[in-house]
Design a binder for this molecule. Structure first.
Ligand SMILES: NC(=O)C1=CN([C@@H]2O[C@H](COP(=O)(O)OP(=O)(O)OC[C@H]3O[C@@H](n4cnc5c(N)ncnc54)[C@H](OP(=O)(O)O)[C@@H]3O)[C@@H](O)[C@H]2O)C=CC1
Ligand SMILES: CC(C)(CO)C(=O)C(=O)O
Length: 308
């Protein structure tokens, strides 16, 4: 199976490197800056207990020659439209696209462009960042990629994807209800994102102040009520797991959203928060904390965008 990983950043770099190490046929579609770093240093993973480096096959937009069986799409929501134009030549009649983006809006955009059947659902649970040297840093914790067909008609290629993801150095789960898994991940990431961005700290820092844990719990309840009202209830187990995650004393956990915010970078505000706020308004679910987070992030995003 020929795999094209679009974006060799925190998620694509991590899962892609693991696939390379597992002997899979992987090429990374990258832009010139990232290509330069990867040619010089290789694709390095830094993680507790060691690290590794692979020499990745790289291609830049315009250099794509032929189609791929799987496109693993791992750009931020803010880069989605441009990335689609760049990887489109790699998509043929037999290609499936597996996005790891948080949120839901990218699914509609991709399905509109490439057809409903070609677009799988995906949800990544991994805590990775790209450090100043351009290496992928994995903090620890799960490295789980859940994926699956979004409708009952499962494209034949899914079995091939399952084979490709078996026995490589991350956990992969083929889900029979990936859409609900994506809603669960969306509820999780907005909860962690709201707690860390509103309070500007890690979970442990928030929990350490009086009222911090109660505030974090209120965020979890608000988000869970919104997705339930929208017809995508998260299981009680998942709600309690998120509650435990955002109220764990001493936890260093942040979110990629928070890390981008404090690094003064562009944030995925509309895909993660704007869209969920719209859902809340549509179904009449109260969303004061979500509204506050969305406003805060929109102000930040307007400043970043205005800077050019
Ligand atoms: N980081 C995490 O722990 C997790 C993130 N996610 C989600 O995964 C998605 C991806 O996030 P993440 O991996 O962190 O993001 P990163 O910013 O770390 O990586 C995105 C990469 O995409 C590249 N890119 C953007 N546009 C293009 C393009 N047109 N062609 C080629 N490469 C391109 C960027 O390259 P360049 O250097 O050129 O800008 C960058 O290396 C997000 O939706 C995020 O919310 C989900 C779970 C965990
Ligand atoms: C799991 C977590 C919170 C890791 O950072 C994440 O999914 C994200 O930040 O997007």
């Amino acid at each position: 199976m020929k795999i094209l990983v679009v974006g060799a950043g925190a998620t694509g770099g991590y899962f892609g490197a693991r696939l390379v190490q597992g002997g899979r046929d992987v090429t990374f579609l990258v832009r010139p800056g990232r290509a330069g770093v990867l040619r010089k240093r290789g694709l390095r993973i830094v993680e507790p207990g060691g690290g590794s480096v692979v020499e990745p096959n790289l291609v830049e937009a315009g250099g794509l020659d032929g189609t791929y069986d799987l496109v693993l799409l791992s750009v931020k929501a803010t880069g989605l439209d441009a990335a689609i134009e760049d990887f489109a030549p790699a998509v043929g009649p037999g290609t499936v696209i597996l996005p790891v983006l948080n949120g839901m809006r990218h699914i509609e955009v991709l399905a509109e462009r490439f057809g409903d059947e070609a677009v799988l659902g995906g949800a990544a649970r991994v805590v990775t960042t790209v450090n100043d040297e351009g290496d992928i840093v994995r903090v620890g914790g799960p490295h789980l990629l859940t994926y699956g067909a979004r409708s009952t008609s499962v494209p034949d290629q899914v079995a091939e994807v399952e084979k490709a993801f078996t026995g490589v150095g991350f956990d992969a789960v083929l889900s029979d209800d990936i859409v609900e898994d994506m809603w669960t991940k969306w509820a999780f990431i907005t909860s962690v994102g709201a707690v860390t961005c509103l309070m500007r700290g890690s979970v442990g820092e928030v929990v350490a102040v009086p009222g911090g844990a109660a505030f974090a719990g209120a965020v979890v309840d608000e988000v869970a009520a919104i997705v339930a009202a929208a017809g995508h209830p998260v299981s009680e187990t998942a709600v309690e797991s998120t509650r435990s995650t955002v109220t764990t004393p001493g936890s260093p956990l942040t979110s990629s959203l928070y890390r981008d915010l404090v690094a003064d970078q562009s944030v995925e505000v509309e895909a993660l928060f704007g869209d969920l706020l719209e859902v809340a308004e549509r179904v009449g679910a109260p969303a004061p904390l979500l509204g506050l987070t969305t406003g805060l992030l929109r102000v930040h995003q307007a400043r970043v965008t205005g800077r050019g």
